[in-house]
Design a protein around this ligand. Structure first.
Ligand SMILES: [Zn+2]
Length: 426
């Protein structure tokens, strides 16, 4: 097995302290958003080998059979199928959606053929892979995921409408300006779309398009909605409407602030997980989690961002059908592993907890395995060697090296150790 060093991404939404507190490291002073563990070519982990440090993607490419095993090579080719991240959202991430495998392949090839530079602002596809993902909450975790039924969305927009009307009446004639009128018109259009006769998906799409294409009127509507809601009921508002006020503070005037009302508002407690299939529009709002995904960085943004928003590409990718929140159930095995396995082939997440005196627990391993300690220290033991993994440390285990047993580490007397591990789905 190979000890890893991982790349920290400093996206501006990252919490400056949460990851350092979890891992026992010194905060950088700036945002620390995502710690990438895996072999994505944009930020591969570095594996410590007897010959020195080697990027994990290069190590796997040099020894695919030993690293991945034949079944994984046959199913996913000669690369690590999954990417794992520790994610710490200090504020909301962009509203986003990920493409299907078919679309990612086709559009990546098209952008490559057109010579769009990989780091260009308007570049959409970083690789030819899909990016189904799962988020496991380490702390309370707030998010938006998938569309709510249009009747629910309409009810929320009616509250917004009433709050704006109340604010207007309180403020007197000053709000009846032409600039205000276009915002009022836009809100009426959104409500008309949601209550029109078409299908659920058509109605939601129409409301979505009106807001995302609303230009300055949308910006004004967002500002009015947030200040009217803040003035109307303050802390008594339900979570989706409080979210409008919070998002306006973070991304003033961004259409994503009101698009949030079209989406399911979810609150995860520690230990809960959700999965996000292709086409699911989502945004993480706050909290600390383990995120696992197919090894891809293909993101189409729809708001809550200063980055490029390609509206036509977004509309072609989003699934506008309302959907229940896709929670991933916890499966506890007789061997002591807790496993979360969404309906994707690329990955499954497991959590193993051991304390002094407890029996060793084997890791579920289908081909390659990534292991991260988030608390205490463990001894990982396989027929080919062993290694002590302390809080904040991670390791890559090749397919040929199995089974791996997790023992409590003798130095960690009395302390509970927790490791997370990612392997290919069974
Ligand atoms: Zn995502």
């Amino acid at each position: 097995m190979f000890a890893l060093t991982n790349v920290m991404r400093d996206y501006p939404w990252g919490s400056p302290t949460a990851l350092a507190e979890l891992l026992g490291t010194t905060p950088s002073g700036g945002p620390e958003a995502e710690l990438w563990m895996g072999a994505h070519p944009d930020s591969p982990s570095t594996a410590l080998t007897p010959d020195g440090p080697v990027p994990l993607d290069a190590l796997i490419a040099a020894h695919p059979e030993a690293m991945l095993g034949a079944p994984v090579r046959a199913a996913f080719g000669d690369r690590l199928p999954f990417l794992a991240k520790l994610l710490a959202a200090g504020k909301a991430l962009s509203l986003q959606v990920h493409p299907t495998l078919e679309r990612a392949r086709e559009r990546y090839a098209a952008e490559e053929a057109a010579g769009v530079p990989r780091d260009a602002r308007q570049r959409n596809y970083k690789d030819g892979n899909h990016k189904p993902e799962m988020l496991f909450a380490l702390t309370d975790f707030q998010a938006l995921s998938g569309f709510r039924p249009r009747a629910e969305a309409a009810n929320l927009f009616r509250v917004v409408e009433a709050a704006i009307a109340t604010m207007g009446a309180d403020a007197g004639a000053g709000t009846g300006t032409a600039a205000g009128a276009d915002a009022t018109e836009l809100l009426a259009r959104v409500l008309a779309s949601l209550t029109s006769g078409g299908t659920e998906a058509a109605a939601i799409r129409e409301a979505f398009e009106a807001l995302i294409g609303g230009g300055e009127a949308a910006g004004r509507l967002v500002e009015r909605a947030a200040s009217a809601l803040a003035g109307a009921a303050g802390g008594d508002l339900p979570a989706p409407l409080r979210t409008v006020i919070e998002l306006q503070e973070q991304y003033p005037g961004d259409p994503g602030v009101l698009l949030s009302l079209l989406l399911n508002r979810i609150s995860l407690t520690p230990g809960q997980a959700v999965y996000l299939p292709a086409g699911n529009i989502h945004a993480y709002l706050s909290g600390l989690g383990v995120e696992v995904m197919a090894s891809s960085d293909n993101v189409l943004r729809g708001g809550l961002t200063g980055k490029h928003v390609d509206v036509p590409e977004l509309l072609a990718t989003v699934d506008f059908h309302p959907a229940a929140v896709p929670y991933v159930p916890t499966r506890t095995t007789s061997l002591g592993q807790q496993v979360w396995e969404p309906p994707f082939g690329e990955f499954a997440l497991q959590r193993v907890e051991v304390s002094a005196g407890s029996e060793p627990v084997p890791l579920v391993q289908n081909g390659p395995l990534l292991v991260l300690a988030v608390s205490g220290a463990v001894l990982l033991d396989s027929p080919r060697g062993d290694l002590v993994l302390a809080r904040g440390e991670s390791v890559f285990v090749p397919a040929v090296e199995n089974p791996v047993m997790v023992h409590p580490h003798t130095d960690a007397a009395g302390r509970t150790a927790v490791v997370f591990a990612v392997t290919v789905a069974s």
